[in-house]
Design a protein around this ligand. Sequence first.
Ligand code: MN
Length: 201
Amino acid sequence: MKINMAYELPNLNYEYEALEPHLDALTMEIHHSKHHAGYTANLNAAIEGTEMSDKTIEELLMEHKDNPAIRNNGGGYWNHCLYWDTLSPEPTNPSNELLSTINDKFGSMDNLKDELKSAALKRFGSGWAWLCVSSGSLSVCSTPNQDNPLMTGEGIPILGVDVWEHAYYKKFGPARGDYVDSWWNVINWAKVSDNFKEANF
Ligand code: MN
C-alpha cells in the first residue's frame, strides 16, 4: 500500500548485461534508465498534489484509465515493473500448478509460446502481449500502447512481452518475432509462478 509517496523506479535484480545474448545490455539500459524512468517521473507529476496520490497503482489503472496521463504513464510504470520482474539470467521452471494449467488450457508450453508470439506479432504498432489469469484459468491477450488488461477487465497479467520498438529494435531491427523467441530464453518462471499463485485465488 502506497500512501502519498512518489513511485520509484525499481532496481533490477540483475545487471543490464546479464541477459545477453538474448536481450542486449544497451537496450536493457536505455529501456530501464530512460523509458521506465520517464514513465515513473511522468506518473508522479500527474498524481502529485491530487487525491490520486492516495491510490495504489492498480487502483489508478482501474479507476483512472480515462485520464491519458495515468493511462499512459501508470500503465507504463506497472507494465515495466512486471517485465523486469519476470526476467532472469538463471534458468527456472514453472510450478507444477502453473504448468498443469498451461497444459490444460493451451495443450502444451509450445502452444502457449505460439499463441503469445502470434498475439505479439498481430499487435499493430506499439503495445504488449500478455499471459493473464482470467476466470480461474489462463488466457492470452494483447493491448495497445501502455494499456494493461487490468484496465479492460481482460485478466490479471502474470507475464508480458513489451513489443514497443524500443524493446528490441537495436538488436533485432524489425524482426519482432525473433525478439519474442529470444525473450522466452530468459523468463523467470519462478516469479511467473508466484504471480500465478497470487492472482489465482
Ligand atoms: Mn518498454
